[in-house]
Design a protein around this ligand. Structure first.
Ligand SMILES: [Zn+2]
Ligand SMILES: [Zn+2]
Length: 327
């Protein structure tokens, strides 16, 4: 580690706001029967319609022009970054600092992904880290793949999720004007960024039909980003190695890392939630880390927090499952 990075890390640690994303082992689930599950039918209907729309988009895919296909991929990447580099690594974990223009870009990209506003996303995500695999975890993977993937969005939250979420210290989010602006204007922002913008651009610029543009870069792209994100909560909490901490559920899952542009190194991430790269391997299968590195080079991001190699090695030897030893 160079003297400069040491100094930068020191500064980042000293100035970093308190983020409650560390596992709290004092929490105990309440005894007795679990509260009954209450289905939110509105969400069930909307999610079903979206997925049928996305399947129809898949059917239209062979008749899509190269330009519209490229546009769909670009929209996928922008909306995914709004979640990974934005709501997740910046706003939930404060693992780096972003300048105003970058925060504005990430908030717009986040509206394109339409996964609840940044404030709500970051609050739920901090609760997920603090109370992983318990009743207070919004997408508790102990309740099975379906619940962790999408089911949690189709039922009312467990009372402990609500209670613990209300108790979190979220002043850093409340003080961020970009976060609060997006929250205030959330509905028009998703209408514009998630549905209208991806549809109108190919129609206006190269004469794509509005019908196809709505179903491919619109609905299909939206459903793919949603499912890629959900795989982090479902698959990456169930399948893969645990080289850093074998006592926790989250795992290293390369397929999830690929589809969620870098968020599948989940055993590492839950062990070191403040690391901006969410992996010890930098940009490998990790487009989000590449993006943040590029933003640093452009002077738009600073103070990336990184766990030292020695710390990672010591942790692997102390609590890992030994799966990295052969490598
Ligand atoms: Zn997780
Ligand atoms: Zn996280």
């Amino acid at each position: 580690m160079t003297e400069l990075t040491k100094r930068l890390r020191g500064t980042a640690a000293a100035e970093a706001p308190l983020v409650e994303d560390v596992f709290d082992d004092t929490y105990r689930e309440k005894d007795g029967p679990k509260p009954p599950m209450q289905i939110v039918w509105r969400n069930v209907i909307l999610m079903t319609l979206l997925h049928f729309g996305a399947l129809y988009g898949l059917y239209l895919l062979p008749s899509t022009s190269v330009l519209t296909l490229a546009w769909s991929i670009l929209c996928f990447l922008i909306s995914a970054l709004g979640v990974t580099a934005g709501a997740h690594r910046l706003w939930s974990h404060r693992s780096y600092k972003a300048s105003l223009p970058l925060r504005i870009f990430l908030a717009i990209a986040n509206s394109m992904a339409f996964q609840n506003d940044i404030y709500e996303w970051a609050r739920d995500h901090r609760v997920h880290h603090k109370y992983s695999e318990t009743d207070a975890d919004p997408h508790n993977a102990v309740r099975g793949f379906f619940f962790a993937h999408i089911g949690w969005l189709l039922v009312r939250k467990h009372p402990d999720v609500i209670e613990k979420g209300q108790r979190l210290e979220l002043s850093d989010l409340k003080q961020d004007q970009v976060v609060m602006f997006q929250r205030k204007h959330y509905k028009p922002s998703i209408l514009l960024m998630c549905f209208i913008f991806p549809t109108v651009v190919p129609w206006y610029l190269w004469g794509e039909s509005l019908w196809l543009a709505y179903f491919v870069p619109g609905l299909l792209r939206y459903a793919l980003v949603l499912n890629a994100t959900w795989l982090v909560n479902s698959a990456a909490h169930m399948w893969g190695n645990r080289p850093y901490d074998q006592h926790i559920n989250p795992r290293e899952n390369k397929f999830v890392a690929f589809s969620a542009i870098g968020e599948g190194f989940h055993n590492y991430h839950h062990t070191f939630p403040y690391d901006y790269a969410t992996s010890e391997f930098g940009c490998r299968l990790n487009l989000t880390t590449c993006f943040i590195d590029m933003m640093c080079r452009l002077g738009l991001a600073t103070d990336c927090k990184k766990v030292s190699r020695e710390q990672v090695l010591a942790r692997k030897q102390r609590t890992g499952d030994g799966s990295h030893r052969s490598g």
